[in-house]
Design a protein around this ligand. Structure first.
Ligand code: GCU
Length: 666
């Protein structure tokens, strides 16, 4: 699994011949490092796919000609390169000097690299390289992985081994894996990496670490990737010797300015800071009675002369606030709309609680028209069964991106909200580590891949992405059955963990496995009972006007639809409503029966995936097949565990009889 979706194994003969006829040689006349990487990738990929040696050479029929307008050959074609923006590209079948060739051209070298990976994707899927006419540019500017990696290489919520960053050996030793990591990111258009945990160690900003960060930045740069750091708000105290971190204190602002200058002296294209402030115990401007905008703007001023940005997280909630946790981010941030400096982008999780298997979109999307917002998703599956459960997250992100915010009017989807802002982006909490297969499981690689694709184009379809990934990773011949399995997998997890809008039923701390009964944690908002509110009469969180009125944070049209149990989608029913157990559902069943049926369906879906996967035995390599089979066996058993535990608990709370087949946990 180390090769990810860049395996480049030989295609079946007919397809290999077709590709080879359109890829006789790779022609470049620019001596730019990134363009050299693009050429090398094409040679490597096309050679692998065709089983022939495809190398650099002179222009001839079937050549692939790559470059920017700096190449005389490319310039002569008079292609509309300037309109492609800094990262766009075009891939076209054209005639050059009387010969049919394919051109990959861009305004900047990184576009050429992206175009090369695009052409390879087409070839990997076994599709024709004839008559190509592709024009692409990313819809979002910042396509960034957030590594929750600590200096000691522990990865918070990481299920794929240790952190890739071997700080102890940096900067002296450059693990080749850093290059492979950058290459994989570039292949899907990811252009940034926040190297350290949002629960940040201030040490990351010390000179000792900055020399190491500089080394990584140098390795990543030719692949179009900038590095960013999570900044701890109290760093001026901890490593700066100041008495305060008050953002309005001139000495604090001066300290950050000097720190930014120091970083940019080493890393001229440093991306900027990511900040988790006044959330889950982290320090922040609130400690000094200052707002998030005042905190963010102070850091933004330090970065501004260098072109850096602040990604300021809106994931805030406090246990000592009586307000429904789902409402707190909106309450705190929405009034600050328009108050942030122009190099601040507010980073909002996809949903209002915390990366649950299903949440409605976050109400801040559409509600801060004067503030750039980027969406944060969690690629690592903290709440979807870690690396052992197969869950393809493309459909989850698609669901959010396609949600209509109705702000300012109908049709304004979350994807459009993201794309329209002057600074735009998407962040994904990375799922990679030192495991040989990078992600802890073969199928979790698809989530890394899908994140890159959706950040590039938030309107891309999860199903198309799944098929591409499956073709590249498992081979074009099995792409359809593999993609079919992937597409049902996330709903399966929702069904066996927390159907119908239930959320946060997880066991304490690690979040692996069920714990709906937990009611004794010091922070009430960490207890599952806070979220499901099951009792003798019914189940669900009343977030309508008679309850917390979280639904009132959405546009009126949505608030109306979701605020009424008769019109809210059943998938969100218990998110917004406390509903009697005897309520009739669309299926004709009572809510209780429906709940049980959904849990059953989840288990059955995993069993179905096992069958689908078993049918592929012999059609993919044995080693990876076997690993996936074993993981599915774990998932099947644990789906049952979730079902039994949750149903047994809810049966007891509601005073209902246990349905057949439920084995309550001991
Ligand atoms: C979740 C997660 C934490 C993380 C936090 C965050 O609560 O469990 O580990 O720090 O999100 O996004 O800041």
């Amino acid at each position: 699994g180390y090769d990810l979706w860049l395996r480049y194994r030989p295609l079946p003969a007919a397809q290999a011949d077709a590709v080879a006829s359109k890829a006789t040689t790779v022609v470049r006349d620019e001596d730019d490092e990134t363009i050299r990487l693009a050429a090398a990738e094409l040679e490597r990929g096309l050679s692998g796919l065709t089983g022939r040696r495809i190398a650099g050479g002179d222009l001839g029929e079937g050549a692939i000609v790559i470059g920017t307008a700096r190449s005389a050959r490319i310039a002569a074609l008079r292609l509309p390169l300037a309109g492609l923006g800094p990262e766009g590209y075009l891939v076209r079948s054209v005639t050059v000097e009387g010969r049919p060739v394919t051109v990959i051209a861009a305004d900047r070298p990184v576009g050429v690299l992206y175009g090369a990976f695009r052409l390879l994707r087409i070839a990997q899927a076994g599709q024709s390289l004839d008559r190509l006419a592709i024009v692409e540019r990313p819809r979002l500017a910042l396509r960034v992985l957030n590594h929750w990696d600590n200096p000691d290489r522990y990865v918070e919520r990481g299920y794929a081994g240790q952190s890739l960053w071997d700080w102890q050996k940096l900067p002296g030793f450059s693990d080749p894996r850093y290059t492979d990591y950058a290459r994989a990111n570039a292949s899907v258009g990811i252009n940034g990496a926040v190297l350290n945990n949002v629960n940040a160690s201030p040490d990351m900003l010390t000179p000792a670490f900055l020399t190491k960060v500089e080394r990584l930045a140098t390795i990543f740069r030719p692949w179009g990737i900038r590095v960013y750091l999570s900044a701890k708000f109290s760093a001026p105290i901890e490593i700066g010797g100041l008495k305060t971190a008050d953002p309005l204190d001139p000495a604090v602002a001066a300290w950050w300015r000097a720190k930014a200058d120091e970083i940019y002296a080493r890393i001229p294209d440093f991306g900027g800071f990511l900040v988790k402030a006044n959330s889950e115990g982290q320090p922040g401007p609130g400690d000094y009675g200052r707002s998030h905008a005042e905190g963010a703007n102070m850091l933004a001023a330090a970065l501004k002369p260098h072109g850096g940005v602040v990604m300021w997280r809106a994931f805030v909630y406090a246990h000592d606030k009586p307000e429904d946790r789902a409402k707190q981010a909106y309450s705190e941030f929405q009034p600050l709309d328009g108050k942030f400096a122009d190099n601040v982008i507010v980073q909002v999780k996809n949903g209002p609680i915390d990366f649950q298997p299903r949440e409605p979109f976050h109400p801040l999307f559409g509600a801060m028209p004067r503030t750039p917002l980027m969406m944060e998703v969690q690629i690592t599956k903290e709440y979807l069964g870690f690396a052992t459960h197969l869950a393809y997250l493309g459909p989850m992100w698609e669901e959010v991106l396609r949600s209509d915010t109705y702000r300012p009017r109908r049709g304004m989807t979350v994807a459009k909200v993201l794309a329209q802002s002057r600074l735009s982006g998407m962040a994904g909490v990375a799922n990679v580590g030192t495991d040989r297969n990078w992600s802890g499981s073969q199928f979790d690689q698809a989530n890394w891949y899908a994140f890159g694709r959706m950040a590039w184009n938030p309107d891309d379809r999860a199903s198309d992405i799944a098929r591409d990934w499956a073709a590249m990773t498992w081979g074009p011949a099995v792409a359809d059955p593999v993609a079919a399995m992937m597409l049902q997998s996330r709903q399966a997890v929702v069904d066996y963990m927390m159907p119908l809008g239930l959320h946060h039923l997880f066991a304490t701390g690690h979040h692996y496995g069920p714990g709906p009964w937990v009611d004794d944690l010091a922070r009430p908002d960490w207890n599952p009972v806070y979220y499901h509110k099951a009792d003798r009469a019914g189940i669900g969180f009343d977030r309508t006007r008679s309850g917390s009125d979280a639904v009132g944070q959405y546009a009126p049209a949505l608030a109306k639809r979701w605020g009424d149990p008769a019109t809210v989608p059943e998938d969100l029913l218990l998110w917004f409503h406390h509903v009697p157990w005897e309520r009739r559902m669309a299926s004709g069943r009572t809510l209780w029966e429906e709940l049980v049926a959904r849990y059953d369906r989840g288990v059955a879906e995993v069993a179905a995936m096992q069958g689908q996967w078993a049918a592929l035995r012999g059609r993919v390599d044995e080693q990876r097949h076997d690993e996936v089979s074993q993981f599915l066996t774990i998932q099947r058993a644990e789906a049952q565990w979730w079902r039994d535990a949750c149903i047994a608990y809810f049966a007891e709370v509601s005073g209902r009889a246990l349905p057949a087949g439920v084995v309550p946990p001991t």
